[in-house]
Design a protein around this ligand. Structure first.
Ligand SMILES: C[S@@+](CC[C@H](N)C(=O)[O-])C[C@H]1O[C@@H](n2cnc3c(N)ncnc32)[C@H](O)[C@@H]1O
Length: 353
């Protein structure tokens, strides 16, 4: 990848018309701001060319990032499903309980995560009347969340992913489970969703936000496709909130995130406070955010243990270089959580009626 280094950079997406000037920080892919274009005769022309060159470089980097993400998931989703099942996200664990190594326990923890997130957002089994009817699953993986929501609430779910292999597998699983009329999946970009405005009463993004190179555009798209009164749920990896006197993370923190970015095809990270600020700027209601890092702590050690079994190890070796690179970076996620640098953020809000 060209340039997936961590950075905290200036303002938000220039394409987000609703961006307020008050927003101070957000995250993009790094662009080479010092690109110099030869042959510009006047200062003005050279400035314009430089801006164009920066935009082109950024567009190329975004295209390269998207390609990398698609290839990573094309390559690794079969292996993940084989060992971990159809949910490609952290489990929710009791922080005080002894965690066993059994696969069914971890799969149950992943379902528990969905249930706890729904409860946090005020949608739960006890209130079926408020259950979602039309759901968009943004960054759907192989569709585990959608099929769960379709099965539990009878919701119509539409999932999007960058990975053609994932979309095909998600549709095949929906078909096999008799849910093809309720859950369907396609390849599409979360930053340019193939849906009209105001279509969904639940906008669900489970661990895909960390891949988005333009958080403002991402959030704007989530809000655009949400119907008036819809619930938006965003579960994502963030870096810690900055202290009042801090302008950026510490150099060693940036270095750690940099390595994780390179392994998992992630652009720059942002904090939970950045997301909350974005949602506030768009006048969303009932904004709630919590750090659930303590509840996910057993997850990465369990994934590493599963990779060290004979089946995990041999499957990993057969999978491909991107998957192996990702696997080697898994201990870095544990380090990031232990250092209080990485936060497992659960964020929800409602679009005004
Ligand atoms: C860690 S997986 C999570 C999958 C799923 N939400 C789950 O919990 O099982 C991340 C997903 O985000 C998707 N993704 C990343 N960037 C995306 C983008 N720009 N547009 C659509 N999907 C994207 C990937 O293709 C992948 O399916």
């Amino acid at each position: 990848m060209a340039c997936l280094s961590y950075q905290t950079c200036a303002l938000m997406s220039s394409s987000s018309s609703s961006t307020p000037k008050t927003q101070s920080r957000t995250c993009h892919l790094r662009v080479r701001a010092n690109t110099v274009v030869a042959g510009a005769s006047s200062k003005k022309t050279s400035g314009l060319r430089r801006l164009n060159a920066v935009a082109e470089t950024a567009a190329m980097e975004v295209a390269e990032l998207k390609k990398g993400i698609a290839e990573l998931y094309d390559e690794s989703s079969g292996l993940w499903e084989d060992i971990w099942g159809d949910h490609m996200h952290h489990g929710f664990y009791d922080p005080n309980a002894d965690v066993s190594v059994s696969a069914p326990d971890h799969r149950a923890a992943q379902i528990r995560m969905i249930d706890e997130v729904l409860r946090f957002a005020g949608i739960s089994e006890e209130a079926p009347i408020r259950g979602p009817k039309n759901v968009v699953d943004v960054g759907c993986g192989i569709g585990g969340s959608s099929r769960y929501l379709a099965g539990r609430y009878g919701a119509n779910c539409k999932g999007i992913t960058l990975s053609p292999v994932q979309a095909e597998r998600a549709n095949a699983l929906a078909d096999a489970q008799g849910l093809a009329n309720k859950a369907s999946f396609q390849v599409a970009d979360a930053l340019d969703q193939p849906f009209p405005d105001g279509q969904f009463d639940l906008v669900w993004s489970m661990e895909s936000g960390e891949h988005m190179p333009d958080k403002a555009k991402f959030v704007n798209e989530l809000v655009r496709v949400a119907a008036p009164g819809a619930t938006i749920i965003l579960v994502t990896w963030c870096h810690r909130d900055l202290g009042a006197s801090e302008k950026a993370l510490k150099p060693e923190e940036k270095r750690l995130l940099d390595k994780i970015c390179n392994a998992f095809y992630l652009p720059a990270w942002c904090s939970t406070a950045d997301y909350v600020q974005l949602l506030q700027s768009l006048s969303l209601q009932d904004i709630k955010a919590e750090d659930w890092s303590p509840y996910v702590a057993p997850f990465w050690p369990a994934v590493i243990r599963s990779a060290l079994t004979w089946k995990g190890f041999t499957s990993l070796l057969r999978s491909g270089t991107k998957t192996i690179k990702g696997a080697l970076a898994m201990p870095l996620m544990i380090q990031g959580f232990k250092k209080d640098l990485i936060k497992y953020s659960v964020i929800t809000c409602r679009k005004p009626e």
